[in-house]
Write a protein that binds this ligand. Structure first.
Ligand SMILES: [Ca+2]
Ligand SMILES: [Ca+2]
Length: 142
């Protein structure tokens, strides 16, 4: 928790830092959803899943549709979590997920690079926390 706060303080500008934090939270929820929704790297399956989640067949997945899909797979998300998820995946910012945005998100979750990025973020947070600890110790010595 402390390392997360530090990351927010360390990054500038503040608006971007908060966006980054929300996006990171969203990513965490997506990682959980990956298991629940059984997301795989099979694009055909994932395109079919998109159509299944898109209940009104608008060609877009909105927040409600995502929430219903998650709930029926046993993952209940609150409004904030849902917003973070949509925020993370909604590249053009129109508030809904197109099939391309959906497939990109699934790709990100199911490729090895995505896992590497996730580990990188965690490692970076840890490193910053340790840096701060070391600096605090150094400051006390003087
Ligand atoms: Ca829809
Ligand atoms: Ca969109």
């Amino acid at each position: 928790m402390a390392s997360k706060l530090f990351l927010i303080k360390a990054a500038k500008p503040v608006g971007l830092a908060i966006a980054g934090a929300v996006s990171y939270q969203g990513y965490k929820y997506w990682a959980e959803a990956q298991e629940k929704l059984s997301l795989t790297s099979n694009r055909e399956d994932m395109a079919a899943l998109f159509d299944k989640i898109d209940k009104d067949r608008s060609g877009m997945i909105n927040g409600n549709e995502l929430q219903v899909a998650l709930k029926s797979s046993g993952m209940s998300v609150n409004t904030l979590a849902l917003k973070a998820m949509m925020y993370h995946a909604d590249k053009d910012g129109n508030g809904e997920l197109s099939k391309d945005e959906w497939l990109d998100m699934v790709d990100k979750l199911t490729t090895k690079e995505a896992m590497a990025v996730d580990h990188y973020v965690e490692a970076e947070m840890e490193r910053q926390a340790k840096d701060k600890e070391a600096k605090d110790k150094e400051a006390k010595k003087k």
